[in-house]
Ligand binder design. Structure first.
Ligand SMILES: Cc1cc2nc3c(=O)[nH]c(=O)nc-3n(C[C@H](O)[C@H](O)[C@H](O)COP(=O)(O)OP(=O)(O)OC[C@H]3O[C@@H](n4cnc5c(N)ncnc54)[C@H](O)[C@@H]3O)c2cc1C
Length: 463
């Protein structure tokens, strides 16, 4: 089936695609078409249920609150009264009241944890200072190199789990990979503030995306009915010339437009899901392949009753294993959903890929072994398990981008640059806030504004 041409086809209805579409709409470009591969909008913001409780398998925190500027996602969250909880992640002292478990049982004495945290904190500050000194130079290094310069590379199980908490928990890749200059200190914290809020709302974090969508797409009772949004449309090919695009979907439909806005994740761009005809130029391909698409994994376990500590300072507990990143970070849901008896585990990178590949029964057995080391052999098995699989999903191929050491600013700029009439958006194109929901939102606006300039000039060409 072939439909009448639009001005712009937007590929993907996640935060960035919806924000780009709204920006186009607000600029008077109403003949747009949004093609989304899945049966919903929201993309990597997605709620699921475990044992009757709603949890977020993708984005969970609104990160960057309490600073000089208002994080746009926080603005929307306030407007729609999204239920959320303050997370004390930047308070280093939290560790002293937090439970850090030893590999084979028992907790570390608090003063031992406190000392390890203080060393880690000084290492981070040392890194900040080097990072500042590199800002105007072409030099960069990994976070690990900065730790070596500081003459303290975390090596024992306790140091490693604290290191994981400060770096991998945020970047989803180890310090060995992450660019110091482009990651530390974190830009969103400087601009929007250091506070973070954990979303736990039955409507889901994705209601932020739906709210943005209903500002320009027609809807009935909260359900979007606008014909300009087409769900279950998997884009497989984009043919382009100087100022026209033809988009083909898996079901054999063909759509024509003056320009396309691709919001699919960096992981999708690194895969061969979408074929570009002609091939993208090598400067573009290189930028896509050089950047990292990380895997931030989440496991949810539901138990018949709770056997972990609750109360102030217990939001998290850490498991310090000699194998770095082995089921390191655990969070309970007593504050969000009292009596839910749910635990969430965070894993990243190779461990997250390994866990996606194995069966849930295998993962359950591993997590129970760890829990029995921590809490004793008497604890019950879970009644439910949910393992998020973002990496195996062909529409995502990972969780969010990370800037690896050695990748230059111009490579990053090339990620965002249009190729003829094909524009790019998505969290990975956000100038300052890549990886985050607010990055996706702001990138959508930036990419759309660049496209609007071109359309108004009467051509869809690269500026
Ligand atoms: C596990 C996890 C935890 C996270 N935690 C946080 C957090 O706490 N805080 C935070 O700020 N951020 C977090 N993030 C990151 C945040 O979710 C993303 O940065 C943001 O949602 C990305 O939005 P996007 O529009 O760039 O991409 P996406 O949400 O991926 O949207 C792209 C859309 O394109 C669609 N698509 C892909 N391929 C095609 C195709 N071929 N044809 C048609 N459609 C296609 C996809 O289905 C998707 O809907 C997390 C992400 C994950 C996965």
């Amino acid at each position: 089936d072939t439909s009448s041409p639009s001005s712009v086809i937007i590929i993907g209805a996640g935060m960035s695609g919806i924000s780009a579409a709204r920006t186009l709409h607000d600029a008077g470009i109403h003949d747009i078409l949004i093609l989304e591969a899945t049966d919903r909008i929201g993309g990597r913001v997605r709620q699921i249920e475990i044992g009757g409780y709603p949890v977020e398998k993708g984005a969970n925190w609104v990160q960057g609150v309490g600073g000089q500027k208002i994080n746009p996602i926080w603005g929307i969250a306030q407007k729609i009264h999204l239920r959320n909880f303050f997370t004390d992640v930047t308070d280093y002292n939290n560790f002293t009241t937090m439970n850090v478990f030893k590999q084979n049982g028992g907790v570390y004495p608090r003063d031992v944890v406190k000392t390890a945290v203080e060393i880690a904190k000084r290492g981070t500050e040392f890194g900040f200072n080097i990072s500042e000194s590199l800002k105007d130079s072409s030099e960069d290094m990994s976070v690990l190199t900065a730790q070596r310069l500081y003459r303290h590379v975390p090596t024992d199980a306790l140091e490693m789990v604290i290191d994981f908490y400060y770096y991998d928990f945020e970047d989803s890749e180890p310090p060995r990979v992450t660019s110091l200059k482009n990651t530390e200190p974190r830009r969103f914290e400087i601009d929007f503030g250091e506070d973070q809020y954990f979303v736990a709302d039955r409507r889901g974090y994705a209601s932020v995306v739906r709210y943005t969508a209903t500002q320009f797409l027609s809807s009935k009772n909260g359900i979007i009915t606008d014909p300009r949004l087409k769900l279950n449309k998997v884009v497989r090919a984009i043919n382009y010339s100087k100022n026209a695009v033809t988009v083909q979907t898996e079901d054999g439909s063909v759509y024509h437009a003056k320009a396309a806005m691709v919001s699919a994740s960096l992981g999708v761009l690194q895969s061969n899901l979408i074929e570009f005809k002609p091939d993208l130029p090598s400067w573009k391909t290189l930028a896509i392949y050089e950047f990292s698409m990380t895997v931030f994994g989440k496991i949810f376990l539901k138990f018949p009753y709770k056997f972990w500590p609750t109360g102030p300072g217990t939001q998290y507990f850490l498991y310090a294993h000699e194998r770095r990143g082995y089921y390191p970070i655990w969070k309970h849901f007593e504050d969000e959903f009292p009596g839910s008896n749910i635990l969430m585990i965070i894993i990243t990178d190779d461990e997250a890929r390994r866990i996606e590949r194995q069966t849930d029964a295998e993962t359950e057995a591993e997590t129970m072994e760890a829990l029995r080391k921590m809490f004793g052999s008497h604890i019950p098995n879970p009644t439910d398990i949910f393992v998020a699989r973002w990496w195996s999903n062909r529409f995502f191929k990972g969780s969010f981008s990370n800037w690896p050491a050695g990748v230059e600013q111009y490579h990053f700029d090339n990620l965002q640059k249009p190729v003829g009439p094909i524009y790019f958006t998505g969290e990975h194109t956000s100038e300052k806030y890549s990886a985050y929901v607010h990055g996706a939102y702001l990138a959508g606006i930036d990419s759309a504004e660049a496209l609007i300039k071109c359309l108004k000039k009467g051509s869809g060409e690269t500026p």
